[in-house]
Design a binder for this molecule. Structure first.
Ligand SMILES: [Fe+2]
Ligand SMILES: [Fe+2]
Length: 294
């Protein structure tokens, strides 16, 4: 008998057990997201919440001063950052920096997957945000980065489950890339949906995690179409756990729904490549940070 079904059984049993340890959503990230969902987010709440976290503050200032965001003079306080970049961009950076913690691992086999998934998540978030700006969709803009960042959170959860099973020696057979790919492909959307519900994330984001690979999806859900298009562009460029050179963005259902031109699609690809370069040049990957700490 093949070991694969047995391994899958162990993983599924673990996922459904009451004892499964779910990743914890960063408190500051959640408070900032809740504030941003209000019609008029408070400048003071953002400043206060970010300033409470010294490590986050220094990471945010370093990011705000990188070439990707930099203005004429350096940003030295959270207030400066909010005034210069705006509440939305600062909230996006906070979401990115606080989520990054969840992608750290000591497991050498999983490290590459975590790193690729991190790059994919941030690029998809950046691409979704850019689309709402370029297509002039102000009602979607405040939600875009967060929705893109979390659309594949089910993959993160599954990688965490595998890490925990290996660490606790509940599985003693070698993990193969093929098994991992299959597990992720079949399970990540449903697991992401459940995890986000557990985190009490608003329903519209949970739906994006659940439906972003469905053949048949709600064509009236603009946020979903935006994330799906950015996700497809990432896959076309090979930003993430897989690459698909055959994707023709112009003929995607999502491009039709959003009525986006080929010129703008080409600009989207440039935006994603710029974001990837920014991440590689300015932010330590979660895996690199972990290697240095261990
Ligand atoms: Fe996905
Ligand atoms: Fe994705």
């Amino acid at each position: 008998m093949s070991s694969k079904p047995a391994l899958l059984d162990v993983v599924q049993e673990y996922i459904h057990a009451q004892t499964t340890r779910l990743p914890v959503f960063n408190r500051t990230g959640l408070v900032i997201q809740q504030e941003m969902s209000k019609p008029e987010p408070s400048f003071q709440v953002l400043e206060r919440e970010i300033s409470r976290d010294q490590a986050l503050t220094s990471q945010l200032l370093r990011t705000a001063n990188s070439a990707f965001y930099r203005g004429m003079r350096p940003i030295s306080t959270i207030r400066d950052a909010i005034l210069r970049l705006g509440t939305e961009e600062v909230a996006n950076i906070v979401s990115m920096l606080t989520q990054q913690e969840l992608f750290r691992t000591n497991d050498p086999f999983l490290r590459r997957y975590m790193n690729d998934l991190w790059l994919h998540s941030v690029c998809c978030a950046s691409g979704t945000y850019w689309l709402t700006k370029r297509l002039k969709m102000p009602s979607e803009t405040p939600k875009a980065f967060f929705a893109g960042l979390l659309h594949d959170v089910g993959k993160l959860f599954l990688l965490r489950v595998i890490e925990e099973l290996q660490r606790s020696k509940k599985i003693d057979m070698a993990m193969t890339p093929e098994f991992l790919q299959e597990l992720i492909a079949n399970q990540h959307a449903a697991q992401g949906y459940e995890l986000m519900q557990h985190w009490n994330i608003p329903k519209e984001y949970c739906v994006v995690a659940r439906d972003h690979h469905l053949e048949s999806f709600d064509v009236n859900d603009t946020l979903l179409a935006l994330v799906r298009l950015a996700n497809a562009a990432c896959a076309k460029l090979g930003i993430g756990l897989h690459q698909d050179d055959n994707i023709d963005l112009a003929s995607c259902k999502e491009a039709m729904i959003l009525d986006i031109s080929e010129v703008k699609l080409a600009e989207l690809e440039i935006r994603l490549e710029d974001t990837l370069s920014f991440l590689n040049a300015n932010l330590e990957s979660p895996a690199t940070v972990q290697q240095e700490e261990s």
